[in-house]
Design a protein around this ligand. Sequence first.
Ligand code: ADP
Ligand code: MG
Length: 286
Amino acid sequence: MTDFTFVTYCDLPDLDPDDRLAADALRERGFVVSPAVWDNPDVAWARAGICVIRSTWDYNLRHVAFLDWAERVAKATRLYNPIELVRWNIHKQYLQELAGRGIPVVPTHWLERGTTVNLREILAQTGWSDAVAKPAVGLATHGVKRIDAGPASQAHVDRLLLEYDVLVQPFLSSVVSYGERALVFIDGTYSHAVRKKAFQALAPAGLEDEAPVEATAAEIEVATAAVQALPQPPLYARIDIVPDEKGDPLVIELELVEPSLFLSMHPRAATRFADALARLTEPAAR
Ligand SMILES: Nc1ncnc2c1ncn2[C@@H]1O[C@H](COP(=O)(O)OP(=O)(O)O)[C@@H](O)[C@H]1O
Ligand SMILES: [Mg+2]
């Protein structure tokens, strides 16, 4: 009998090295932990124990199928993060909800899938001559592009709009200078932070030059407020933060589905994550 199943995707069937650390920490505590690929039809999810979504890094390309899968698994067994949070977090619309709850987020102009827009006009109205366009369902920079008022950018947005709602944001140069900070929360509590490269590609944790950093008090405060503004407490969360031109932290992304948690970049992180998972097996957590 499996106690925990760590859910991954077909290109990473043996998990991210980072998640192997957490799996090993659970095994040391006597639990049975198995990996499983989310869209493998042979997996018996009802017998998979507590299912923890970890590296499902293709869900953005098949998000309808993925959400169907998650709904099914949540009915068959226990799924983390909870299905309500998975549903809430798949579409970057959540940024608007966070903003409505007083969390500082990157200014965003929203475009609706299937519409035609004039990018030059939008950039003139918003005053963002240097901007970024990205799909509302996305991960690992898929479809994210720095744009301007020219035809190549218009073509990019046109292409995205065929398939996705689209976000247009001002380009924040601090992603290059200061760097984006990913703050990891385990069981509602801030654990550790890393600095990420700008426009970082999809890669297992640690292979893209992320570096451990000390988050500032202001960053931790914003990230904590964002976690507290969630519809329910997450098992894990990663809040990605970039400073605005005045240096004040803005939330660029809050990840509850499949974030790398950079567990190898802090001496206690894997243990903390394993402890949080082990607590789920206690009778009070059921
Ligand atoms: N408004 C922005 N200004 C500057 N860089 C951005 C902006 N939006 C995204 N990026 C860059 O693109 C990367 C991916 O965008 P992000 O919003 O994190 O989406 P996802 O990780 O879901 O693809 C960010 O980590 C950052 O390097
Ligand atoms: Mg990101």
